[in-house]
Ligand binder design. Sequence first.
Ligand code: NAD
Length: 428
Amino acid sequence: MSAKAQKNNNEDNVLKSTLDLIRQAVDFLSLSPDVYEHLSVPARFVEVAVPVEMDDGTMKVFTGYRSQHNNVLGPFKGGIRYHPDAHADEVKALSVLMTLKCSLVGVPFGGGKGAIVCDPYSMSKREKEKMSRSYIQAMGNILGPEKDIPAPDVATDAQVMAWMADEYSTIMREPSFGVVTGKPIAVGGCVGREEATGRGVVCVAKEAARTLGIPFKGARVVIQGAGNVGGIAALLAAEEGCKIVGLSDVSTGIKDAAGLDVEKIMAFVRQGKLLKELDGVEKISNEELLALDCDILIPAALENVLTSKTAGNVKAKIVVEAANGPTTPEGDHILKENGVFVVPDILANSGGVTVSYFEWVQNNYGFRWDLATVNRRLEEKMVEAFTQVYSFYCEKCYGSDMRTGAFMYSIQRLAEAMQYRGWLTSDK
Ligand code: NAD
């Protein structure tokens, strides 16, 4: 476990800060304390050994996690990430955020999350395939289209989902592709799923800009992360007429006040290359990137990047949290003091789980929707979620922030379901 992964009680403990926000929302809404009790501990947390025979013939045993947080609204749902810093508390925290996200956007799923502690960037495709299959062999009994449905997250993609669906189908002795979402179209994927999170991010960024009276066309946008979410958000924002003045990946940041040629840059990234290998652009650190002069900042990489050290430097008027948990409580406080409008993660990146839901529905019923239908339904859901959270924030928690509004809106729905299902003692 790396030093970063061992941190437990300080600023970057996403689990603690998420649970603190839940407790606050439960108090603000005067809900039964049982609601907090149910949300404070995952229903099930599993740690498994993931053995893989590496290309050089050696055996490596990785650690795999799955957190099934809460299923009051439906089967557990959430991505699987491959990352060297993944750790138990992070996985639990991300599963809590999934429960809140599904409730907020109104899809009938609970929250789940998984991870394998590994360095995916140094593994071959064959090793990644073996590791993905090994994870499913270890976790297969707790997964299923009606139980728990994984999806892509950091360093996992449609190909990884296809291996997982295949392995699960082999175990079940029948095609059972609905066990994961985010698959390639050829094996039951949904058109538009790969772009869905980024599309949703751009959709709420546009709503936030409209709400604050900032013209979206011509808005200067900075994006941290050039992967599935950040890269797509960059392309779609540019398509909408925004000027992408900064972009980064794990290797470096790049900037151009006149606007980067994101199509060219993303074509380069999609060849599997890192931004540090790109010639003819000005390089900056990821920390400098967060401080660039812009209208909209979109953190779309990992958690804990807007902190007590970095948030004060943010010049953007709007922060759209495409990543999960990118802002620490201290960072949040600074952004609020400085009048920055934050669209919280559980709202901003809910486009992914929304289209995952569309995929699951199509798998279960044998439907095939076209791209225009998927995108239209996604945009309707995102605009509705933004509008609901914004009105909740204005009416019920003005003086607070959009994150508090989003948590309250989501938890109110979860509490209602808990009450109907008889989970609350005060109801008996
Ligand atoms: P990805 O692996 O496709 O891309 C991650 C990007 O972040 C890459 O460009 C990578 O180089 C960069 N990165 C990694 N470590 C970094 C570091 N230390 N500093 C700066 N950049 C770094 O992952 P993704 O699917 O785009 O996910 C990004 C974020 O969005 C994560 O927080 C994830 O949980 C969240 N998210 C993803 C989805 C989805 O559908 N993929 C849905 C909801 C939320």
